[in-house]
Design a protein around this ligand. Structure first.
Ligand code: PLP
Length: 387
């Protein structure tokens, strides 16, 4: 991150650089604009649409402030906002694919993205194929004459294998295929996909950028080459978000780094402690030295999100439910990136290529902002209940 020629620290960057104070008479935050109609001063301006804002679906100063912030964080030429993280995946795919194209998706993808590909893209005549998360440079072997898009998500949903994104991007470049990456886990603070050869980076801003479990929003950011493609798709599909939601994400971004750092620290300490517990077979978290993805993660990422999974030594659904039901601080709920800790029994049944026979159930833990000792006690009690 640079300020003119001199690099500035990421905290300074988040406070001062993520958007300009151009909208608001000196107030340091942008206003929340709500609106559909925008008036034109005269018929000539209306006929030529020669003014910055023309209609609510085409953006407001508030949504622009967020787009600019994400552009800066991602190093993107263009960012568009959509109503959810899932919409970021579907709009990115719809903007790039046509009937007859071949799409490669990582088998460990966020399940709703997979469902969209299987239930809608296939009906539209897209040839959908899944690849194992450890494929990396061998992705080339899966290329066909009509391979158009590679959709990656790294690390994997629920099992957190890290992929070699530079190798996948380099391979894709040779056949002019487009690489789309769901970068929700790392956020642009811990991984910048466009710097590693990715063409389009998407996020569920619902997670860490929001940080408070009170808003749904997705972002799609592209290099210059694909800026028009995503901008057009966004407009043609009628995707827009309101000023209130955009404002909440802007507000969340200010503190994202301190939240991430704090949550990561607690998560790593808990993951290390969990590794040594007798009921646990292993912990799926690339920030642990014992993890098979550790080297790749260390090479490419600047940090780890505070979400990982534990694999129990034995048992099935009954043990998983006993563990969950004995948690008092960890809530049972979907999503992550917020201030509160959450747990869920991971369902890996949708995978077709990368089925792993884990010894016991896989439980995903999102670590929030609570105190370490309290979370440890909670997990300790839940583990005791299954032994
Ligand atoms: C949560 C999530 C999404 C979807 O985000 P929503 O805003 O909940 O629709 C997409 N991708 C990943 C990796 C996610 O974790």
């Amino acid at each position: 991150m640079k300020n003119g020629k001199k690099p500035i620290g990421p905290n300074t960057y988040l406070v001062h650089n993520i958007y300009k104070q151009q909208y608001n008479h000196g107030f340091i935050n942008p206003s929340v604009f709500r609106g559909s109609t925008v008036l034109f001063p005269d018929a000539e301006t209306m006929a030529t649409e020669k003014q910055r804002y023309t209609y609510g679906t085409h953006g407001t100063p508030t949504t622009d402030a967020l787009c600019n912030a994400i552009d800066l964080l991602e190093g993107a030429a263009k960012t568009v906002l959509v109503p959810s993280g899932l919409a970021a995946a579907t709009v990115a795919l719809l903007s790039t694919l046509r009937t007859g194209d071949h799409l490669l998706i990582v088998d460990s993808v966020y399940y709703p993205t997979r469902r969209f590909a299987d239930r809608m893209l296939k009906n539209m005549g897209v040839d959908v194929e899944y690849y194992a998360p450890e494929t990396n440079r061998d992705i080339e072997k899966l290329f066909r004459h009509n391979t158009k898009v590679i959709f990656t998500e790294s690390p994997a949903s629920n099992t957190f294998e890290v992929q070699d994104i530079p190798a996948i991007s380099a391979a894709a470049r040779k056949i002019s295929a487009i690489v789309i990456m769901d970068n929700t886990w790392a956020t642009p603070l811990y991984f910048r996909p466009l710097e590693h050869g990715v063409d389009i980076s998407i996020h569920a801003a619902t997670k860490y950028p929001s940080g408070h479990s009170d808003v749904l929003l997705g972002t799609i950011s592209a290099t210059k080459k694909y800026a028009k493609l995503i901008d057009d798709a966004h407009r043609f599909l009628g995707m827009s978000v309101n000023g209130d939601d955009a404002y909440l994400i802007l507000r969340g971004l200010r503190t994202m780094r301190v939240r991430l750092e704090h949550q990561q620290k607690t998560a790593l300490a808990l993951a290390r402690w969990l590794e040594g517990q007798q009921q646990i077979d292993h912990v799926l978290y690339p920030a642990l030295k014992s993890n098979s993805s550790y080297k790749l993660w260390k090479r490419d990422f600047n940090g780890a999100a505070a979400i990982f999974s534990i694999v129990l030594k034995t048992g099935g659904r009954h043990e998983a439910h006993t563990f969950l039901n004995n948690l008092k601080l960890f809530g049972l709920g979907y999503s992550w990136g917020g201030f509160e800790s959450l747990a869920v029994h991971a369902n890996l049944a949708d995978r077709t290529i990368s089925r792993v026979n884990y010894r016991g159930p896989v439980l995903r833990l999102q670590i929030g902002l609570e105190d370490f000792d309290d979370l440890k006690t909670d997990l300790s009690n839940a583990l005791a209940a299954i032994s």
